[in-house]
Design a protein around this ligand. Structure first.
Ligand code: KIV
Length: 281
């Protein structure tokens, strides 16, 4: 069944939990989509897990479009959300609408996500007015890494907790249909989830959220970067792949691969004729 923004609102009303994963390419998007997941995010985390950057700040609109197009070809049922990269929306509402429009029109996304609270309310209202669904993102917003002084848990003081609860309400009023809550105490995320009528999607924000999102590479052993406390490894494809690669190298080196079962064969008659011709030369 095709998931839409309406599906999310209905899930919130019924108290059903929503599940999301990131995807950055056609094959993994198709695999994830076949598992009846609610949403797929082409996260700007691709800067780290696909492009090898230290953070998300170098990711461009071109990068996001390239990966969103690939993912869109593999997604049929999940709602496809694409991240707005750093500096694609911060400078003006005009930029925000134009770039959100590109992710939908050229990329094939069905919604966009951007980071921030009061500082981006105008941009959010503009994008929503342009009929593009928006997901908000509060707490540890990775594009603010240099302001935070690193990837740290946010909203840990009473004051910052009060502020983020207020910010979530403002985002809802501005028209977002869901909010990602990243790396904050579970108590704060639970309060936010109870005080707004749109779904919250947690990542390192405990079980009180209406849904969860994780980075594909983090939970399948495909990324060697620092592991945050909230990351659970659900399978280790990385290790399995490493074993496979070593076996492949071993078989090639020893001449075991390719064997007859993995080779094409000429008919014996044609082969005999060819050899006869060559021997005459
Ligand atoms: O870029 C990303 O993958 C994200 C998720 C972690 C929410 O923003």
């Amino acid at each position: 069944m095709k998931k839409t923004t309406t599906t999310f609102m209905e899930a919130k009303a019924k108290g059903d939990k929503l599940s999301f994963l990131t995807a950055y390419d056609y094959s993994s998007a198709k695999l994830i989509d076949s598992c009846n997941i609610d949403g797929i995010l082409v996260g700007d985390s691709l800067g780290m897990v696909c492009l090898g950057y230290d953070n998300t700040l170098k990711v461009t609109m071109d990068d996001m479009l390239h990966h969103t197009k690939a993912v869109a070809r593999g997604v049929k049922e999940a709602l496809l959300i694409s991240d707005m990269p750093f500096m694609s929306y911060q400078a003006s509402t005009y930029d925000a609408i134009k770039n959100a429009g590109r992710l939908i029109q050229e990329g094939g996304a069905e919604a966009v996500k951007l980071e921030g609270g009061t500082n981006v309310l105008e941009q959010i209202s503009g994008i929503v007015k342009a009929q593009i669904p928006v997901v908000g993102h509060l707490g540890l917003t990775p594009q603010s890494v240099n302001i935070f002084g690193g990837f740290k848990v946010q909203c840990t003081s009473i004051e910052s907790a009060r502020l983020v609860i207020e910010e979530a309400k403002r985002l809802e009023d501005a028209g977002v249909f869901a909010i990602v809550l990243e790396c904050m105490p579970k108590e704060v995320a639970r309060i936010i989830s109870k005080s707004i009528s749109i779904p919250t999607i947690g990542i390192g924000a405990g079980s009180g959220c209406d849904g969860q999102i994780l980075v594909y590479h983090d939970i399948f052993g495909l990324y060697d970067g620092t592991k945050a406390k909230f990351i659970k490894e659900f399978a280790n494809i990385g290790e399995l792949t490493r074993t496979g690669i070593k076996t492949y190298i071993d078989e090639v080196t020893k001449g075991i691969y390719p064997d007859d079962a993995h080779s094409f064969k000429m008919s014996q008659t044609d082969f005999n004729q060819l050899m006869e011709e060559l021997n005459k030369e």
